[in-house]
Design a protein around this ligand. Structure first.
Ligand SMILES: [Zn+2]
Ligand SMILES: [Zn+2]
Length: 145
């Protein structure tokens, strides 16, 4: 099911701002935060308030269309989400992020956390940082960018 259909099924109208942001998000390779989206749209000649961008992202996130990615600078960015259990690995140099399937076995950790804290665990956040293949190759070639 594509985003447009999902939005419609959830009872939301595909307004022009939503369409613009959807188009940007669908192809994003690097996490985009609301301010970045606002800036990109402005460069395309589209003037959309930051608050509208925030609201649209919140809606997409609530519908499961996008995932949150925590950026090294402390900002929260967004990337298209796939269905099921996934996590991101983010390149610390170029910010490019890719998903990997979340097949990790957390039972032991969850058990320990529950015993230690007496909380009941319902979900988790996991994200890796590192160097993407391209940036590794650049480093090996001694290149500076
Ligand atoms: Zn990289
Ligand atoms: Zn996981």
């Amino acid at each position: 099911m594509d985003w447009q259909t999902l939005l419609a099924k959830a009872g939301y109208r595909l307004s022009e701002p939503r369409k613009r942001i959807m188009k940007l998000m669908e192809t994003a390779e690097k996490p985009l935060n609301p301010l970045a989206i606002h800036r990109i749209l402005r460069e395309q000649g589209i003037h959309l308030g930051v608050v509208s961008v925030y609201r649209t992202l919140e809606l997409f996130f609530a519908l499961g269309l996008i995932s949150q990615v925590f950026q090294a600078d402390g900002l929260v960015g967004y990337l298209p989400a796939s269905f099921g259990h996934h996590h991101f690995i983010v390149c610390q140099k170029c910010q490019k992020a890719v998903e990997f399937s979340g097949s990790e076995d957390m039972r032991e950790l969850v058990q320990r956390v529950q015993t230690e804290t007496r909380y009941q665990v319902s979900d988790h956040l996991l994200q890796f940082y590192g160097l993407c293949p391209e940036c590794q190759a650049l480093l090996e070639a001694g290149g500076n960018s």
